[in-house]
Structures are given as structure tokens and as C-alpha cells.
Design a protein around this ligand. Structure first.
Ligand code: SF4
Length: 652
């Protein structure tokens, strides 16, 4: 079957995708992916919103006959590809290809941990009916995937205690191994020709492979969608980190494993709870004294620890050693107990490396979270690891995203990912008509964003713009402080329902926003990308500042220093293109379909005054810009006239 025959007007796609229309950019991209799968090499395919990029790589992947791993940046996209796009494509193309999906193991319930929880006193810490529900679901489900439990919050405490994790998974010697959901999912993936994973799992596999293991089946090609996220996710997986909650869970798991093992000879039976308590309190003492008052990640100098801090560390190390010995002293073989003892050892080793002199290419950091403190170190540069582990290791790699280049130039992404060899580069514009569908508004009377009066003026403009669009606004801020400041001020001056990131899980906030189309959602970080709000619900995106990465972040500042030292000039090689790509992502939230209309307002006057502003503006979709509010208002009122009152959608 040729690509032309698939992507044509009367082709098979129309049978399953009722709104399918051929798009030149989609066919061009599909052809490039097919060529890359045949000839090998690395293809960078930047495709604007609305190109139909998912089908453009899935069709050639299905038709090529090779084992291909499709990796996505988010679980949402992974679910959509596997459960919707792939299953419909298999029907449309009538190809006989085995497909499977595999997620990070913390997405699957661990039968051993669940049984353990149900049989120990820990279960009392959770409502009995919730444990009952989980137990009965675990007997019914075929996948064991938390996706089947939509009511679970991202950080649900009960789920943390019963999911499979890298630390708690025993593997082949586990009594539940043959019916284990992780084992079964991996077996299905090992037999499939198309395996859909996410970047977290892909890089977990890469870091496992460096230690001699593997999580993914052997494959000869990989397609990374949302490829702009690769550097951050790879950095996370090549980092070493220990948190206070990780130690707390270890102490708890150790006790639970022993209780469930029903051992005959246990010399530490009566004292072990005290040993576990000693671990917990020593961890509390060390970590919470290191932690800062405010949440966030800061520099950490392990070589500058005070005498008290070193003593606290030694107390924790001794407590872990004592717990480990108490587990090893148990007679008889029990894998869960053995595993807990090994975890004590791993933690002691990680702590010793984190609190010693860091390797030259790593930057140490300390992160204070709502309920825990984390000590970690991250590689400053992952380009070598990616080049050797991914790009030189696979015959074909395809990188796909709506944001890979700044104004058509791929230099930044290539330098960050280690692509210092010839690649195929493709940049396909969005099919949307931005000149008709959108306006970029740049007010001229705002103070500099570093000025103390900026926040008041920014909130004033946001309220005025929201009055024009009657809500339906997503306010993207570059910091949590900025987001809260904006929210508090809007509460005073904007007569619309307000939503704030963090008030509820992301999916709940998005549902509320879509339901009440007059609302204003104030957000930061994760809402800049991967948020899809098509239709009339979103008509205004306000961006408070140019999204330069916070230079006080230890990793960002180490990367800036490394580039400046190498003579490459961090501002132009790193900070500027990174911010331009982030702005492009934020802008991309507005127009999601050919029927959407709306305004993007950027409240940072540097876009009007600084010479580097050109790169930001040239990287955005070709959308008319104005600094004149009266002109903007007139355009918007004209747009509104074309909206049908029945469904709130533009009438074209
Ligand atoms: S093999 Fe691992 S994940 Fe599976 S049930 Fe056993 S401990 Fe849990």
C-alpha cells in the first residue's frame, strides 16, 4: 500500500476518521518518515498544530514491517495514540500488525504490595472501602493500569503505597510474578511490532540498559513525539536523587515485608519497629534541616556541610545499616525481605555519593517540596548520552514536535541533543489561517517586567482583555509567584470565575474551564504545553513575561556557566532559543482547530524594545500583531458576529 493511496481524498482514512481531509503537509511528512525508516538516519520533523502529524508517522510505521517504538511526552498522548489513533488505523489500513503499549511501572498496581497492605496494620491509615475497591478492581482488571481509575489524584497517597516502583519491584522471584501486571505488559510489548511508550519509560530503559538490564523490546526505529521534552526527561533519568519520602517508604516497606513473610526465626522481631523508627527520624532530622522555608530547587554544596549536618548524615547511615542487618539476620529465604535489605544498601550508597564531592559534570541541588525534601545531582549535559544511547544505537530515529526550531533554525535543539552529524530537517507550517483566526496584542504602556508596578499593570490589562472576550482566558505566567499575584489581583478586578493551577488536579481544572466558558484559568509550568482546549472555550491567551528559564535554578545556571566557559555565549546558544521555543508552545495553546478564533496578548515590553525580540516574533506562527487596543477590539467584535448563537462556534 502506497502513502499516496492512504492519504488521498477517497482513501481508507476517510472510512474511520469522518472529518479526514488530505493535507499536503501531512503527506510530505509521512513521505519523509517513510524515507527515514527505509534509508535510516535521524529525521527532525517540525509540524505546526493541525498538520495531522500523528497519522503522518503512524501510517509509515505500520506499513514498514519493522519493530518501531513510538514514544510520547505525556501519558495523555500515549493513551490517545494507542486507544484511538492506532486502533482506528489498523481497521482503516487492514494491516496485520501487533501493537502494544507500555507505561512506567508506577502506573501499574503491584499485587504484592497491595496484598501486603491489606494484611498489615498500615491499611488502617487509609479508608477501608478504598482498599476494598482497589482489591476488587485488581481482580477484575486486565491491565492493572491506573488509567482505569480516573478518580485517582496524581499524588494519591494510597496509590503510592500499592503501585509498582523501581525500588519495590522484585521481579522473577516474586510470588506474584506470573500474574504481575508489569510482567504481563512487558510480555505483550515484547511480542508486538509497534510499541507505544512515553519518554519517561524510554529513558528509564536507557538508564537501565547502561546497568545491563532492559525494559523495552529490541527495536530498530524510534519515533519521539513531543521531542522538545527529551532533554529535560533524559536529564531526570540520568540524575541521582534521594528524598525523605523515599526513605520513609523504605522503612515502611521493610516492616510490611517482614510481617507478611511469617518467618519462624526472626531475632529482631521485637526491635525492628524501633530500628525503622530510627531510620525515619534520622531522615527527618537530616532532610528537614537541610530543606529551605520556601518550596523550590536551590544550589546545594555537599562539600560545605556543617559538623551537625555531617553528624545527622552519619546517624541516618547507621540507622539504615542497622535496619539492613536486622533484615539480613532473618533465617530463611524471602524475596521481599531480601529486596528491602538491598534497598537499604542502595540508599546508603546513593546518600554517600550525594553528600560527597560531586562528579565534575554533575550539578548538586536541594529541592524542598510540600511534604518532602530531595537531595540530588543532575548531569549538566546529556547530549553525549543521547547521541551514544539513542541516535548511534538505532538505525532510524524520528523527532517530531510543533516546536523544534526557532524561526526554522534547528541549531539549538541539535546542540542540546548531541545531533552533531548530518540529519534530515523538515519544518512544515500549520494549515491554520492565523491572519484570519488570531491576533497578537502587544500593549505599549506596561512597565518593565522587573519593575515593582508590573504586576498591577499586567493584571489590569488581563482584566480589560477578558472583558473584551467575556472570559475564556488562559493566563500563562512564568513563575508560581507571578501566577498567584495575577490570581489575587484578578480576583479584585475581573468579574469572571477564576481557576488557579494547584487548586485541583490538572484534568479537573481543564474540565471546569471547558464547562464554564466565561472562566479565567491562571497557570504556570505544565500548562504552557500539552494542554488542548479546542473550540470557543479558549479565546484569549495572556502571557505575562518572556519565558526565560530562571537563572537561579542550579541546573540552568550550571548550563549557562558551562556554555560561557566554552566560549559559546549562553544567552544566544541556550537562554534565548529555549525561551523562544517555550513562547511558541504557550502561543500554540490558542488555535487548535480551523474553527478557533482568539487573541494572544504578551505583556512583556521587551518584545517591543529589545533587539533579540525579532527571534521570538519570527518563531511564532504568522499572526498579525497590533499594539492598538481599539483595532484589536474592532477585529474581535467582527469575529464575534460570525459566531452562531446555538453552539458558540464560529459559523464558517
Ligand atoms: S513482580 Fe514486582 S510489580 Fe509484580 S507483583 Fe511482584 S513485586 Fe509487584
Amino acid at each position: 500500500m502506497s502513502l499516496e493511496s492512504v492519504f488521498c481524498q477517497g482513501g481508507p482514512l476517510r472510512r474511520v476518521f469522518s472529518h479526514y481531509e488530505p493535507r499536503q503537509a501531512q503527506t510530505t511528512m509521512a513521505q519523509a518518515v517513510e524515507d527515514a525508516l527505509e534509508a535510516g538516519g535521524v529525521l527532525l520533523a517540525e509540524a505546526g498544530t493541525g498538520t495531522g502529524k500523528t497519522l503522518a508517522y503512524l501510517v509509515p510505521a505500520l506499513l514498514c514491517g519493522r519493530t518501531v517504538v513510538i514514544s510520547t511526552g505525556t501519558r495523555n498522548l500515549q493513551d490517545q495514540i494507542y486507544f484511538k489513533d492506532l486502533s482506528q488505523l489498523l481497521t482503516a489500513l487492514e494491516v496485520d500488525a501487533s501493537v502494544a503499549y507500555l507505561k512506567g511501572q508506577e502506573n501499574y498496581v503491584c499485587r504484592r504490595r497491595l496484598a501486603q497492605l491489606a494484611h498489615t496494620g498500615r491499611a488502617l491509615a487509609h479508608p477501608a472501602h478504598r482498599i476494598e475497591e482497589l482489591l476488587s478492581w485488581s481482580k477484575r482488571t486486565h491491565s492493572g493500569d491506573r488509567m482505569e481509575l480516573p478518580q485517582l489524584a496524581d499524588d494519591d497517597a494510597l496509590w503510592q503505597e500499592v503501585c509498582s516502583t523501581k525500588d519495590t519491584r522484585i521481579g522473577a522471584k516474586c510470588p506474584f510474578h506470573s500474574e504481575c501486571f508489569v510482567t504481563l505488559a512487558r510480555q505483550r510489548a515484547s511480542r508486538a511490532r509497534i510499541v507505544v511508550v512515553n519518554h519517561h519509560l524510554y529513558f528509564a530503559d536507557l538508564s537501565t540498559r547502561l546497568k545491563g538490564g532492559t525494559l523495552l523490546p529490541k527495536h530498530s526505529a524510534a519515533v519521539f513525539d513531543e521531542a522538545h521534552l527529551i532533554e529535560d526527561i533524559a536529564t531526570e533519568f540520568f540524575s541521582v536523587a534521594v528524598s525523605s519520602s523515599k526513605i520513609w517508604h523504605l522503612a515502611q516497606d521493610a516492616l510490611a515485608s517482614v510481617r507478611c513473610a511469617a518467618l519462624s526465626i526472626d531475632p529482631y522481631e521485637n526491635t525492628r519497629p524501633k530500628l525503622a523508627d530510627a531510620v525515619r527520624s534520622a531522615a527527618q532530622d537530616l532532610f528537614f534541616n537541610l530543606g529551605a522555608k520556601e518550596a523550590g530547587r536551590v544550589d546545594f554544596d555537599p562539600t560545605g556541610l556543617s559538623r551537625e549536618e555531617i553528624e545527622r548524615y552519619h546517624r541516618l547511615d547507621s540507622a539504615l545499616e542497622a535496619l539492613q542487618h536486622s533484615l539480613l539476620a532473618i533465617e530463611g529465604q524471602d524475596e521481599a525481605v531480601d529486596h528491602a535489605a538491598h534497598r537499604c544498601d542502595d540508599l546508603r550508597r546513593d546518600l554517600a555519593s550525594l553528600l560527597g564531592r560531586p562528579p565534575k559534570d554533575y550539578v548538586p541541588w536541594l529541592e524542598t517540596r510540600a511534604r518532602s525534601v530531595v537531595v540530588g545531582m543532575s548531569p549538566i549535559d546529556v547530549s553525549g548520552m543521547l547521541r551514544d544511547g539513542v541516535f548511534f544505537n538505532l538505525p532510524t530515529v524520528v523527532l517530531v514536535s510543533a516546536t523544534l526550531s526557532t524561526a526554522g533554525d534547528f541549531t539549538y535543539l541539535k546542540s542540546r541533543l548531541g545531533l552533531d552529524f548530518p540529519t534530515q530537517d523538515l519544518s512544515l507550517p500549520s494549515p491554520f489561517d492565523y491572519s484570519r483566526q488570531a491576533r497578537l496584542f502587544l500593549p505599549t504602556d506596561l512597565p518593565d517586567p522587573r519593575d515593582s508596578t508590573f504586576m498591577d499593570a499586567a493584571a489590569h490589562w488581563t482584566a480589560q482583555l477578558a472583558q473584551l472576550t467575556l472570559g475564556g482566558a488562559l493566563v500563562l505566567c512564568t513563575s508560581i509567584r507571578g501566577m498567584q499575584g495575577m490570581y489575587e489581583r484578578l480576583a479584585q478586578c475581573a468579574p469572571f470565575p477564576l481557576l488557579l493551577q494547584g487548586q485541583a488536579p490538572k484534568s479537573v481544572l481543564i474540565d471546569r474551564f471547558m464547562q464554564d466558558t466565561t472562566s479565567i484559568l491562571c497557570a504556570t509550568s505544565s500548562f504552557w504545553q500539552g494542554v488542548d482546549l479546542p473550540g470557543h472555550a479558549l479565546r484569549l491567551v495572556v502571557i505575562d513575561k518572556l519565558p526565560f528559564a530562571f537563572p537561579g535554578d542550579p541546573l540552568t545556571s550550571a548550563r549557562i556557566a558551562a556554555l560561557n566557559e566554552s566560549g559559546r555565549g549562553a544567552f544566544h546558544a541556550y537562554q534565548l532559543p529555549q525561551a523562544a521555543l517555550q513562547l511558541k508552545q504557550g502561543f500554540g495553546r490558542l488555535i487548535r482547530t480551523a474553527r478557533d478564533r482568539g487573541i494572544v496578548a504578551i505583556l512583556d515590553r521587551r518584545l517591543l524594545t529589545m533587539s533579540y525580540a525579532k527571534l521570538f516574533l519570527r518563531s511564532l506562527p504568522p499572526c498579525p500583531a497590533t499594539t492598538d487596543f481599539a483595532e484589536l477590539k474592532q477585529w474581535w467584535l467582527e469575529c464575534e458576529k460570525s459566531v452562531t448563537p446555538q453552539n458558540g462556534e464560529p459559523a464558517d
